[in-house]
Design a protein around this ligand. Structure first.
Ligand SMILES: [Zn+2]
Length: 394
């Protein structure tokens, strides 16, 4: 009996998903053997052997003979090994372009941070800018197969909005058309990517349900649900910065009034202190760090602004507890240097012993959660389409 076209496609999809699952498992559990894979993935012995064999033929997996303490043959432990192929993450912020180049086993092989310079004049110009910065960062002997670009705005379907650049509802394709000639290029928003970085490599690792609140030029966020990023029907899930906390408050570029980002973001703090020019001179991270130092030095106006932000953020954290019931909440980006002023010190559950008790943590990545998430997303994109992409990188 011959397979129909649909059945052939379905078989290919299952194979592709199984190859990605093998790579993801080996990535998360270095030193796994084929026996471990069978147990973890629920596949038959022959199935796992065939998948591993195909990945070895593609030069993506290597098997090393491990020392064996007991009786029996030494087992082979697997590791990701894709020589010369790299995944690239790029984070574009309002003042910088950060590039991180990873080998497919997750080893960082290059990192390059440069000032943004003049704001790109168009989405197409942004694509060209990313290409220039990427080309300067990627070593000559490496072949980039996947690229994930993250912007400080809203990405919804095939459009994106970057208020900081004055762009509203622009087609993603305008940027991708001039982006580097890499087989897979994706554009993501910063909040979801911060959550992904923490989920894969940071304090949310192993969580099924969690929240990241990300300080950028506003406040972004991402929700982890079922061990993956929850996007919602328009890609807007987790836009915590646009939860309304003061219905009569300052107008927000999203069209509402009194969003969290208008009260508790670093930009809102600078506005309230009449220091917007200083913020733009120092940059968001340095300005946030200086606010923390000034509060510790006893500057009353700064303390008052941070107290207001802490109270407001606390209300939103409580709300998130009730809606999402997360295992953990993490603050990322430029909220990190302000962390000790935005959370109870020492950090403690919001309502100790209550139903809403959840740990609120600070990222251990400094301001790098988004960049780490971008590069991890690019590596995942390689795993998800490893046969086609390995042919390109050979
Ligand atoms: Zn808003």
């Amino acid at each position: 009996m011959t397979q129909t076209g649909t059945e052939v496609q379905r078989t290919a999809d299952i194979r592709r998903a199984n190859l990605a699952a093998v790579l993801r498992h080996v990535d998360l559990h270095p030193g796994s053997s084929q026996t471990d894979l069978r147990a973890a993935l629920g596949l038959a012995t022959g199935g796992v052997s065939a998948l591993v064999s195909q990945l070895q033929t593609l030069d993506v997996l290597a098997g090393d003979r491990a020392a064996h303490g007991g009786a029996g043959r030494p087992r082979r432990v697997l590791r990701i090994h894709a020589p010369g192929r790299v995944a690239v993450g790029v984070e574009v912020t309002v003042d910088a372009v950060l590039v991180r180049v990873l080998a497919m086993d997750g080893t960082e092989i290059a990192r390059r941070d440069t000032p943004l310079g003049p704001v790109p004049s168009s989405p197409a110009e942004l694509g060209r800018l990313v290409g220039e910065r990427m080309a300067a960062a990627v070593p000559a002997a490496s072949t980039p197969l996947t690229l994930t670009v993250v912007v400080p705005g809203v990405v919804s379907g095939d459009q994106f909005t970057l208020p900081a650049f004055g762009w509203h509802y622009r087609p993603i394709a305008e940027t991708l058309a001039t982006a580097p000639d890499v087989p897979v290029v994706r554009l993501l928003n910063d909040g979801d990517t911060a959550a992904l970085g923490e989920l894969r490599r940071g304090v949310l690792r192993g969580c099924q349900t969690a929240v990241a609140i990300h300080g950028s030029n506003g406040i972004a966020g991402g929700i982890v649900s079922g061990g993956d990023i929850l996007t919602g029907c328009l890609g807007l899930a987790g836009e915590i910065g646009h939860v309304i906390v003061a219905p009569e408050g300052p107008p927000c570029e999203c069209g509402q009034r009194g969003c969290l980002a208008q009260v508790a973001s670093v930009r809102a703090m600078a506005r309230d202190l009449d220091e917007t020019a200083l913020l733009l001179t120092q940059g968001y991270w340095d300005y946030a760090a200086s606010l923390a130092a000034r509060a510790e030095g006893g500057e009353a106006a700064v303390r008052a602004v941070l107290d207001e932000a802490r109270r407001t953020l606390g209300t939103v954290l409580q709300t998130l507890g009730a809606i999402v019931s997360p295992e953990r909440i993490v603050l990322t980006g430029n909220l990190v240097p302000l962390g000790k002023h935005l959370l109870p010190d020492p950090p403690r559950p919001l309502a100790a012993g209550g139903l809403w008790e959840r740990p609120v943590l600070l990222s251990g990545f400094g301001g790098d959660s988004v960049l780490i998430g971008a590069a991890e997303d690019a590596r995942q994109a390689y795993f998800d389409d490893v046969v086609r992409l390995s042919a390109r990188g050979a």
